[in-house]
Design a protein around this ligand. Structure first.
Ligand SMILES: [Zn+2]
Length: 264
């Protein structure tokens, strides 16, 4: 077992600042939303929306994998909320406690409690923390084993994870990519289970989930992660999330969407 991989707090802080800064900047620029929407529009928006409706409407057994507390709600909170409301059982698994957060204080305990509150609000069946090091997933040999074991234990019909192909350098995160790559590597051997795998946080979606009916829930679920609300105030957070959802919706015909890429 290798030693714990220590994050560089300065690096973590500047990464987080640049992500939120880039998003807030984007949402404040006239024309920026339309540009991003056109860049990330699926080839067939109507088909993408129909696939999204098919995904969220019938109850499924769902494994929702993520790297840090708040990622699931931020990137796929509307989708998971709609699935939970339709009767899906959502088993959330968070690989780290997000304990570094970009300062010198260990906030893992607080961030776990916030994730638990968000999970209750969202209606997840359970939330489990794997305790791997924040900002250390790419180097951690336990990652693949834990994801594989969890996948086989839960036996999901639908798996969610990060898109490993992060196209925007401002928002690229090595933990996110490492998790996405691991799921991609494990997916092949599980094809015969019939599980569907969807990547969230994607910029090349093949599926759009209409989250218009639950956009207020998404804002509330994200803001359950109060310790992360340090770079944007509440109103800025709402604006940023709504802007991202408008960009994903683009010209598809709904007001707010979350983009997904279906791997299998
Ligand atoms: Zn994250």
């Amino acid at each position: 077992m290798p030693g714990r991989v220590e994050a560089n707090p300065d690096r973590t802080l500047s990464a987080k600042r640049s992500i939120f800064g880039a998003l807030a900047y984007m949402t404040s620029r006239p024309g920026a939303e339309a540009f991003v929407a056109s860049q990330m529009a699926p080839d067939e928006p109507a088909l993408a929306l129909a696939l999204g409706e098919g995904l969220v409407r019938s109850p499924r057994r769902v494994l929702a994998l993520t790297a840090h507390p708040d990622d699931l709600e931020f990137f796929a909170g509307g989708t998971l909320r709609r699935m939970a409301l339709a009767g899906s059982q959502i088993f959330a698994v968070v690989m780290t406690d997000g304990e570094k957060r970009g300062n010198w204080t260990d906030l893992g305990g607080q961030r776990r409690s916030e994730q638990e509150a968000a999970a209750r609000f969202q209606g997840y069946a359970s939330v489990k923390f794997m305790g791997l090091p924040d900002f250390g997933l790419p180097e951690d040999p336990r990652l693949e084993h834990l994801v594989a074991r969890t996948w086989d234990e839960i036996a999901p019909e639908v798996v969610f994870a990060f898109d490993p192909k992060e196209l925007l350098p401002q928002t690229a995160n090595r933990d996110h990519k490492a998790l996405g790559r691991t799921v991609m590597d494990l997916a092949r051997a599980r094809m015969q289970t019939g599980a569907q795998v969807y990547f969230y946080g994607t910029h090349h979606p093949s599926v759009l989930v209409d989250i218009t009916p639950v956009i207020a829930d998404k804002l509330q679920a994200v803001k359950a992660h109060q310790s992360q609300m340090v770079f944007l105030d509440e109103a800025e957070t709402d604006r940023t999330i709504q802007s991202m959802a408008r960009m994903a919706a683009g010209a598809s015909g709904c007001a707010y969407a979350e983009p997904l890429y279906r791997l299998m």
